[in-house]
Design a protein around this ligand. Structure first.
Ligand code: SAH
Ligand code: SF4
Length: 378
């Protein structure tokens, strides 16, 4: 029989990142401390972004010392920063093995590498985060799909990306932060950790991001959409439509065979929108494949009776057999939608020169000679 890894080698400090207020209270109680200390740690972590127990000055010095010995706050580690000419930063991040208090099997999960994108704008920053390392959904136009699913991220690893991007740009932050769950992975196939991280993000006692500024994008996992509909705390929802018929969608998104357009759009019609809310449909325009006038007309029909807007995303190239759409066809497509009162916007992705654009997150490394690449030693 193979020798077993000693238990002590598996036990890692208890990572508090990603824990809810209830979990932190229970943890402090388990240490024999008053439960309200858990709420103080929650506030220090998410509202004040303090990642060192020594700086949590709202805690007594003795407790700070004890936490430093018996717990940890583990942010993802930056391996590389790719800085685009347009100000976008693509981070390549290393995730350690998950915390010891995960389910027993989780302790044996491998370390993984993911990507996070920081996009500064005039009055705000948008942070695009990953929810899984790789993705199992296999959309044929998306480079992330070529990685396959490596593993699900924990809530701490998901919220840690936002904290890290804010921290790394601390001196240049604008008043508003937008978060989009549009990096690597299918968020609704890692439901619980994703929702746990969103609760912290939207919590007025936590990171206080407005639900109007957080968008979860899904390839159309119908049971996940139905489950999200029942959540009290929800972000905005975006659905990757990407085709105008089942036949066409089957060809580029095999997930459509499981959840065809009728079922997907039915779930969308039943989705309980708040008064200020609309659904966003993303439509990646693949040159000469789904960008014709007839496609646009079919999209108008599909979206009838939905409070929706459409983001048209010209395909970002990767080493895949698709083409960028012709600018005249993009405009003709947009106009058909607009003329039929479907709000439609063309969204050119940022950071294309550093492979930071939608669908380009597949851990591609540019040549080391690239001047805008920063290597960070681990
Ligand atoms: N898995 C989720 C979220 C991540 S993908 C989803 O699929 O919705 C985020 C968006 O990028 C999706 O709308 C997807 O259709 C789009 N996308 C994927 N590959 C792309 C590419 N090469 N060019 C432009 N958009 C792409
Ligand atoms: Fe996964 Fe989204 Fe890429 Fe499809 S488009 S493979 S769901 S990341």
């Amino acid at each position: 029989m193979a020798s077993q890894t000693p238990e002590s080698a598996l036990i890692r400090p208890r990572n508090l990142l990603g824990k809810s207020p209830e979990e932190l209270r229970a943890f402090l109680e388990s240490l024999g401390e008053p439960a309200y200390r858990g709420a103080q740690i929650y506030h220090a972590l998410y509202a004040e972004r303090r990642f060192d127990f020594a700086n949590m000055t709202n805690l007594p010095a003795k407790l700070r010392d004890r936490l430093a010995r018996e717990a940890a706050i583990e942010l993802p580690r930056i391996i590389r920063k790719h800085c685009s000419d347009d100000g976008t930063i693509r981070y390549v991040l290393a995730l350690g093995p998950p915390p010891k208090d995960s389910a027993a099997d989780d302790r044996l999960l491998p370390s993984a590498t993911i990507e996070t994108v920081f996009m500064p704008e005039e009055n705000r920053q948008t942070i695009c985060i990953s929810t899984q390392a790789g993705c199992a959904v296999d959309c044929h136009f998306c480079l992330t799909a070529t990685l396959g699913l490596i593993r699900n991220l924990t809530a701490g690893e998901i919220i840690g990306q936002v904290l890290l991007a804010l921290e790394d740009n601390r001196s240049a932050l604008k008043p508003q932060t937008n978060v989009v769950l549009m990096g690597q992975g299918e968020p609704l196939l890692n439901f619980e950790p994703v929702v746990a991280s969103i609760r912290i993000l939207l919590d007025p006692n936590g990171m206080t991001v407005s639900p109007k500024h957080v968008t979860l994008s899904t390839s159309g996992i119908v049971p996940g959409i139905e489950r999200l509909a029942r959540e009290k705390v929800r972000p905005k929802l975006a659905i990757s439509l990407n085709a105008s018929s089942n036949e066409q969608r089957n060809e580029i998104m095999p997930i459509n065979r499981k959840y065809p357009l009728e079922a997907l759009l039915d779930a969308c019609r039943r989705y309980p929108l708040r008064p200020w809310e609309h659904l966003t449909f993303e439509y990646v325009l693949l040159g000469e494949f789904n960008d014709s006038i007839d496609d646009a007309r079919r999209v108008v029909k599909l979206l009838a009776n939905l409070r929706a807007k459409v983001n048209l995303i010209p395909w970002n190239p990767g080493d895949l057999p698709y083409a960028k759409p012709d600018p005249a066809r993009i405009e003709a497509f947009r106009k058909i939608l607009a003329d039929k009162d479907v709000r439609a916007f063309v969204r050119y992705s940022r950071g294309q020169d550093v492979m930071a654009a939608c669908g380009q997150l597949a851990l591609m490394e540019m040549g080391a000679a690239t001047s805008n690449l920063t290597q960070i030693s681990q």
